[in-house]
Ligand binder design. Structure first.
Ligand SMILES: [Zn+2]
Length: 333
C-alpha cells in the first residue's frame, strides 16, 4: 500500500473500531445508501465523515483514500463533480427546499467519475419540513453507488421521516486510553492532556480546542470572575472583564462548573470533578447555597444557551449579565 499523503482525511485514532465496521459493510456490499452520523461535537463525527467521503471517492483506495489519484486530487482541490455538500445558508440557519431540489437533480445524474456519488448534509436537523419532504424520495431510492451522509448534533431533532430512512451511527465518547496518546501529541505534554480531557468531559477535539491559548485566557478570566463573585464582587461590574468574549462559551463553562458544584454538593466526592483545580472555589460556593438552587441556575443557563444558539435572543450581553446576577445572588445567600 502506498503511503497516504498528509492531506488525506483519515479517521481519528479512537475511531478505528467504527471505521473497520464501516469498511466491512462496504466490502460485503452491504453499505447503506443513507447514513446518519451523530455524537458529541468534540469526538469528531465530521472528521469520520470526511475520511469516508475521501475513501469512497478515491480511485485506488487502500485502508484509507490514497491521496494521489485523480479522485483524491479533485477532492483536495475543493471541487469534485460527484460530491455535493449541503449546509444552511449562513444567516437563515435552515436548509431550504430549493437546495434540496438541487440535491434531487444531482441524484438523478450519473456519477461523472464512474464511482460513488455523495451528498453530505450538515446539520440534518436544519432541514425544515418542506425540505425534508422534498428529500424523501431521493433518500429512499437514490440509485446505485450513492451515499447520503447526514450529520446531526441532536439526532432526535431530525424529522422522524428522515431518520427512519437512514442507518444511524452514534459515535460514543472514546475511552481515555484510546485518545490520550493523540492528545498528548497535540499538546506536547501528558499531564496537560489528562487535565484538558477531563475539563472537556472526555471529548478529545474539544480538549484540544480548550487548551488553545485564547480559550485558556477565557477560562482564566472566568475563574477570576468566579473568585470575585465568591468574595462578594458586584456582578455587573465584574461582567466587564468578559466583554467581547463569546457568551455561548462563557455559558458552556458556567454549565460545566455548575454540574461540578452539584456533584460535589450531592456526594461530597471530589474524584469525579471535571475541574479539580477549582475545588477551593467550589468549597466556598457550596457553603452558601443549596443543591436545589444550583439545579435551578443550571436549568436557566442551559435554556439561555439553547435560545442563543437558535438566535432567539437578540442581546447576548444582557443574557450574560442576568446570569451573573443570579449566580452571585446564590453565592451570597
Ligand atoms: Zn485516491
Amino acid at each position: 500500500m502506498k503511503e497516504s499523503s498528509s492531506q488525506v482525511a483519515i479517521p481519528l485514532p479512537w475511531q478505528q473500531g467504527i471505521w473497520q465496521r464501516l469498511m466491512e459493510l462496504q466490502e460485503q456490499g452491504r453499505f447503506p445508501h443513507a447514513l446518519l452520523l451523530s455524537g458529541p461535537a468534540g469526538v469528531g463525527a465530521v472528521q469520520l465523515a470526511e475520511a469516508l467521503v475521501a475513501r469512497l471517492l478515491c480511485q485506488m483506495p487502500g485502508e484509507f483514500a490514497c491521496g494521489h489519484c485523480h479522485g483524491c486530487a479533485m477532492l483536495a482541490s475543493g471541487y469534485h463533480p460527484d460530491l455535493m455538500r449541503v449546509r444552511p445558508l449562513e444567516k437563515s440557519r435552515q436548509i431550504r427546499i430549493d437546495v434540496i431540489r438541487e440535491v434531487n437533480d444531482f441524484v438523478n445524474q450519473t456519477a461523472q467519475q464512474g464511482g460513488y456519488r455523495i451528498i453530505t448534509l450538515e446539520p440534518a436537523e436544519a432541514m425544515n419540513q418542506a425540505a425534508a419532504n422534498a428529500l424523501l424520495k431521493s433518500l429512499e431510492e437514490p440509485g446505485g453507488r450513492t451515499l447520503f451522509l447526514l450529520m446531526a448534533d441532536i439526532p432526535s431533532q431530525v424529522l422522524p421521516t428522515i431518520r427512519s430512512r437512514c442507518q444511524q451511527w452514534t459515535l460514543p465518547l472514546p475511552e481515555p486510553e484510546a485518545c490520550l496518546g493523540w492528545l498528548e501529541k497535540q499538546l506536547g505534554d501528558k499531564e496537560e492532556a489528562e487535565f484538558w480531557l477531563q475539563v472537556a468531559g472526555g471529548e478529545p477535539l474539544l480538549a484540544q480546542a480548550l487548551a488553545s491559548p485564547q480559550a485558556r485566557g477565557l477560562r482564566q478570566d472566568m475563574r477570576e470572575l468566579f473568585d470575585a463573585l465568591v468574595r462578594g464582587g458586584e456582578p455587573v461590574a465584574e461582567a466587564a472583564r468578559l466583554s467581547g468574549q463569546s457568551v455561548d462559551s462563557i455559558l458552556w463553562y458556567g454549565i460545566a462548573w455548575l454540574e461540578d458544584l452539584i456533584r460535589l454538593g450531592l456526594s461530597g466526592d471530589t474524584r469525579r470533578l471535571r475541574n479539580p483545580d477549582l475545588l477551593p472555589l467550589y468549597r466556598q460556593a457550596v457553603k452558601n447555597a443549596r443543591v436545589r438552587d444550583w439545579f435551578r441556575l443550571l436549568d436557566y443557563a442551559r435554556e439561555q444557551r439553547r435560545l442563543l444558539a437558535q438566535g432567539a435572543n437578540p442581546n447576548p450581553p444582557l443574557v450574560l449579565e442576568a446570569w451573573l446576577i443570579r449566580w452571585s445572588a446564590l453565592l451570597r445567600s
